[in-house]
Design a protein around this ligand. Structure first.
Ligand SMILES: NC(=O)C1=CN([C@@H]2O[C@H](COP(=O)(O)OP(=O)(O)OC[C@H]3O[C@@H](n4cnc5c(N)ncnc54)[C@H](O)[C@@H]3O)[C@@H](O)[C@H]2O)C=CC1
Ligand SMILES: O=C(O)CCC(=O)C(=O)O
Length: 534
């Protein structure tokens, strides 16, 4: 690596699979520091020097940590749930949050099945019994799961893997998930029911939902009372979905037969938790994702995304940024770049007091999800305006906060000679600017300014003027620039007809100083002159 290569520093704050981190260790320009077990104060002190932070579930990434992370560009969660990260604070700070939503799904499902069988056959209690030198087999009469009803609360990725395995064990599966259709459930041989029906019918209830305001305490004492006295309940999702105090009381009152929990309202589980006192409750210390295979996969999934974000590429599983399907990436990335350049162009020619932004995709471009293109245009429009870091993560949020009304339009037919074109129309103060752009042979081009067609690369130093088309004007501008040793790299003129309004665009190797701009702007027939650097 040469001395010029930028060094990104990556902090791995929780224990992650070493082999999963190999892509990060092998990436040029990236230094990986493993510092697990940091106290909150130690993390706060360490974070300012890092560009990326990788965690599992032990480290809590608070708004304070995010504010202190002045260089932070990405926070990665090696797992599904991002409830240990203040995603809102990260979004506001323009930091990408990524997770690994698929790598530990099978591990979580297999742990659920292990807990289900352990519950049905009292395995942990029987093991402790034998170790204590006892042999009272009659205390551990179990139940079969074959022909029993399994009710899953949530029918997402983990639940579906649980269902497939439970069906293999001969169980009938029902589910409660208001966000999926009956057809979707039926395709998986699952009957969709409401929560009360599920609790009343199931012999085993298993929870697979994220912890949200809607799912917090979703299963409380009243809901537990709906269950059969022989039924058992499992939670391998998130603590707090089943109310712990209510669960202990329901089990002690004989209202349900037992529970298996991998996750808790407070982790680690406090020593005096009432959950510890019932021998009908099986406890594991948040092991759902803890298999060698899952840990390798989630570490690799986040490592690759960290490399992408540090190299300005969209992340595959960004939690707080639009996601581009990998198959669309190659086509869209040049348009994302073009949109940002067009935003910066308008911002420099007259983007003060932006009220509304209309983005129109023409041609094949209109077939794509434009979330990133829109965010890029907003980023360009706001970058030099706001005193905070602005990027594709927070651009839309910041625009909304400033009252900017964004409208997206799609026109599937071609416009003019351009197979794909982007039009950005911005109302700023009393002016409306319309800029058209396209990607030609992989390079960003501006192809229209207001109502005139033009054609020049959207890059470098540009001087743009509106003037009355008259002989000699272009020559005079060239002379003034030449006298100041400013080299013109290209010139383009767009006009309606001879001697009408024209737009001249000059590319220059050097930046034109303000005094020289004023001199040109004062020439006869020049209506206005703007300098833009892209
Ligand atoms: N114990 C562990 O180590 C692990 C725990 N998990 C946790 O398991 C949970 C499920 O993960 P995935 O299946 O990957 O998530 P997912 O996002 O694929 O599925 C969640 C499902 O819950 C449903 N849902 C959301 N709100 C609901 C509500 N109010 N009522 C009913 N259904 C609702 C959604 O429609 C979705 O189908 C997450 O909380 C995740 O963090 C995941 C992996 C390992
Ligand atoms: O293994 C871990 O780090 C926790 C997994 C988990 O809870 C998740 O992925 O949501």
């Amino acid at each position: 690596m040469d001395a010029e290569t930028p060094i990104f520093k990556v902090l791995v704050a929780d224990s992650l699979s070493e082999s999963g981190l190999t892509p990060l260790r092998e990436a040029p320009g990236i230094q990986v520091d493993i510092r697990t077990g940091l106290s909150p104060d130690e993390l706060l002190a360490a974070i300012p020097e890092y560009d990326a932070l990788l965690v599992r579930s032990s480290t809590t990434v608070t708004a304070q940590v995010i504010q202190a992370g002045k260089r932070l560009r990405v926070i990665a969660r090696a797992g599904v749930g991002v409830d240990n990260i203040d995603v809102e604070a990260a979004t506001q700070a323009g930091i990408v949050v990524v997770n690994a939503p698929t790598g530990n799904v099978v591990a979580a499902a297999e742990h659920t099945i292990a807990m289900l069988m352990a519950l049905a056959r009292h395995i942990p209690q029987a093991d402790a019994h034998v170790r204590a030198g006892l042999w009272k087999r009659s205390q551990f009469m179990g139940v079969e799961v074959r022909d029993k009803v399994l009710g899953t609360v949530g029918l997402g990725r983990v639940a579906q893997e649980v269902v497939r395995r439970a069906q293999g064990l001969g169980m009938t599966c029902i589910a409660y998930d208001p966000y999926v259709s009956s057809e979707y459930a039926a395709q998986r041989s699952v009957r969709l029911v409401d929560l009360d029906t599920l609790l009343a019918e199931a012999d085993f209830v298993t929870v697979h939902v994220p912890l949200t305001p809607q799912t917090h305490n979703l299963i409380d004492r009243a809901k537990l009372r709906l269950m059969k006295p022989t039924a058992r309940i499992l939670n391998v999702a998130r603590g707090g979905v089943i109310n712990e105090q209510d669960l202990v009381e329901a089990i002690e009152a004989g209202e349900i037969a037992g529970a298996a929990l991998d996750v808790f309202e407070q982790e680690p589980l406090p020593p005096d938790s009432p959950l510890r006192r019932s021998d009908k409750i099986i406890l594991t210390p948040h092991l759902g994702g803890s298999t060698i295979e899952a840990q390798e996969q989630v570490a690799e999934d986040v490592a690759l995304q960290v490399i992408d974000v540090l190299n300005d590429r969209p992340a595959r599983y960004a939690v707080n940024a639009p996601i581009i399907p990998p198959k669309d990436l190659e086509f869209l990335v040049p348009y994302i770049d073009l949109a940002e350049r067009m935003g910066r162009f308008i911002q420099q020619v007259g983007g003060h007091g932006i009220g509304s932004v209309e983005i129109t995709a023409h041609g094949h471009l209109a077939d794509f999800d434009l979330a990133y293109v829109n965010a890029a245009a907003l980023k360009g429009l706001l970058s030099d305006v706001l005193n905070i870091r602005i990027n594709l993560v927070n651009a839309t949020l910041l625009a909304e906060r400033r009252g900017i009304n964004l409208v997206e339009r799609k026109k599937h037919q071609h416009e003019a000679r351009y197979e794909n074109m982007l039009t950005l129309r911005v109302t700023a103060g009393n002016d409306t600017w319309t800029l058209r752009g396209s990607v030609l042979q992989g390079e960003p081009y501006i192809v229209g300014i207001n109502d005139l067609w033009v054609d020049f690369p959207a890059t470098g130093n540009l001087l743009i003027s509106a003037h009355q088309d008259r002989p000699g004007i272009i020559g005079r501008v060239g002379t003034i620039l030449g006298q100041s040793d400013i080299n013109i790299s290209f010139m383009h003129v767009g006009r309606w007809a001879p001697r009408t309004e024209a737009i001249m665009v000059l590319g220059t190797d050097e930046v034109t100083p303000p005094a020289l701009q004023a001199e040109i702007a004062a020439l006869p027939h020049i209506r206005w002159l703007k300098a833009v650097t892209l």
